[in-house]
Design a protein around this ligand. Structure first.
Ligand SMILES: C[S@@+](CC[C@H](N)C(=O)[O-])C[C@H]1O[C@@H](n2cnc3c(N)ncnc32)[C@H](O)[C@@H]1O
Length: 328
C-alpha cells in the first residue's frame, strides 16, 4: 500500500501535509528537525522546528500562546491517565473506534478514499487514551494520525507511549516491513492548525475545542468530524454532591455553530455505571474542569465519604458524526 509519510505523492508530485506555523510555507518532517521551505516568507526564510527527544514537535509559536503553559496541566493529565487506564470510559473509547472503523474501513475498501491516504487529526488529544485506540485500527482505516494538543505535557506523554510502540513517523521509515498507522504528536493550537487546507480525511474532538471554520479549512471535501461530549445527566451524583444546584448545559448548542460548514449524519449515546474508589474519584475530580469550581468543603466532604464506601455514578456520553458540506 502506498503510504503518506512526510509527503503524499499524487501524480509524482509531492503534496505537503504540514505547513509552517510562522509563514505557512510547506513544512517537511524529518527525524531530527522539520523545516519549511520559506517560499511564502517575504525574505524566503526557512524556519526549523526540532523534534524533541520524546518524539513530538512543538509547532506553537509564542505569539499564538495566550498563557505561559496553555492547555491541561501535568496534574490533570496524570489524573486522567490513571482514571482512563482503569477502563472507566472504555465504552466510549470502543464506540469511537467502532464508528471510525465503519466510516473509514468501508471507504478504504470500496469508496472515496480507496486510492488515497487517510489522514486523521485528533485535536485536543490529551495524553492519547482515544488516539492510541485510533492507531490500533491500523492501515485498513488510517494511514497517518496527527495527535495535536495545545498542552505540552499532554503531547509529551502521548509521544513517549507512541515512541515506545515504534509508531512515530520516522520509526516507520526504519522498519518498512512492519508498517502500521504512523503518529505525529504535535503541540499546536486548534485555532492555527499547521496543516495544508483540505488535507485531512477526518477530525475528532473528544471533550475538546470545536472550531467550525478552522476544521472545515483543513478537511477534505466530504471530510468527517467526530465529536464526543458529556450527555445530559453525566456524573449526576457527583455534581449533586459538589454543587447546591446543578444546571444542565445545552449539549446541542454547538451544532448550530457547525451547521454552516457541516451536516450531522449520526448521533450515538453510550452510558456506563461507575463504582469508584476514593482515588478514582479524586482523579475524576482533578480531570473534570467543573469539579474545580466546587467549594473546597464540598470536595473534602465527598472525598471523606468515599473513604468508607465506594461511590456510584453514571457516565453518559454522546458522539456526533458530521460530514463537511460539499460547498465549503
Ligand atoms: C478535556 S481534555 C480532553 C483530552 C482527550 N481528548 C480525552 O478525552 O482524554 C481537553 C484537551 O483539549 C486541549 N485544548 C484546550 N484548548 C486547546 C486548543 N485551543 N487547541 C488544542 N488543544 C486544546 C487541552 O489541553 C486538553 O488536553
Amino acid at each position: 500500500m502506498l503510504k503518506c509519510l512526510s509527503y503524499c505523492y499524487h501524480f509524482e508530485m509531492p503534496v505537503p501535509l504540514f505547513i509552517c506555523p510562522l509563514c505557512q510555507s510547506p513544512l517537511k518532517p524529518a527525524a531530527d528537525t522539520w523545516r519549511c521551505d520559506g517560499r511564502l516568507h517575504p525574505k524566503q526564510t526557512s524556519h526549523p522546528f526540532d523534534v524533541a527527544r520524546q518524539g513530538y514537535v512543538n509547532l506553537l509559536p509564542v505569539q499564538q500562546k495566550k498563557s505561559k503553559a496553555p492547555g491541561d496541566s501535568q496534574e490533570s493529565i496524570d489524573a486522567r491517565k490513571r482514571f482512563l487506564n482503569h477502563g472507566h470510559y472504555a465504552s466510549l473509547q470502543g464506540l469511537i473506534s467502532q464508528k471510525m472503523t465503519e466510516l473509514l474501513y468501508q471507504d478504504k475498501q470500496v469508496g472515496d478514499h480507496k486510492s488515497k491516504s487517510v489522514n486523521w487529526l485528533d485535536i485536543g488529544c490529551g495524553e492519547g487514551y482515544y488516539t492510541q485506540a485510533m492507531a490500533q485500527l491500523g492501515l485498513d482505516a488510517i494511514d497517518t494520525l496527527i495527535a495535536a494538543d495545545i498542552s505540552k505535557p499532554a503531547v509529551v506523554e502521548l509521544a513517549k507511549v507512541s515512541k515506545m510502540a515504534g509508531q512515530l513517523w520516522y520509526q516507520q521509515n526504519e522498519q518498512p516491513s512492519t508498517q502500521t498507522t504512523v503518529i505525529y504528536p504535535l503541540v499546536t493550537s486548534a485555532a492555527h492548525l499547521p496543516l495544508r487546507p483540505h488535507s485531512m480525511t477526518g477530525i475528532s474532538s473528544i471533550f475538546s475545542p470545536i472550531l467550525p471554520e478552522a476544521f472545515a479549512e483543513v478537511l477534505a471535501d466530504d471530510g468527517y468530524l467526530i465529536i464526543a461530549k458529556p450527555d445530559i445527566g453525566h456524573l449526576a451524583t457527583m455534581r449533586d454532591a459538589l454543587f447546591d444546584s446543578v444546571r444542565e448545559h445545552d449539549s446541542d448548542k454547538f451544532l448550530q455553530e457547525l451547521a454552516p460548514y457541516f451536516t450531522l449524519i449520526d448521533t450515538h449515546r453510550v452510558s456506563t455505571e461507575l463504582t469508584l474508589s476514593a482515588d478514582d474519584l479524586a482523579d475524576l475530580m482533578t480531570m473534570t474542569p467543573y469539579a474545580y469550581r466546587a467549594r473546597s468543603e464540598k470536595r473534602k466532604a465527598l472525598l471523606a465519604a468515599v473513604e468508607t464506601e465506594a461511590f456510584n455514578t453514571e457516565a453518559k456520553f454522546v458522539v456526533y458524526v458530521l460530514r463537511k458540506s460539499s460547498d465549503k
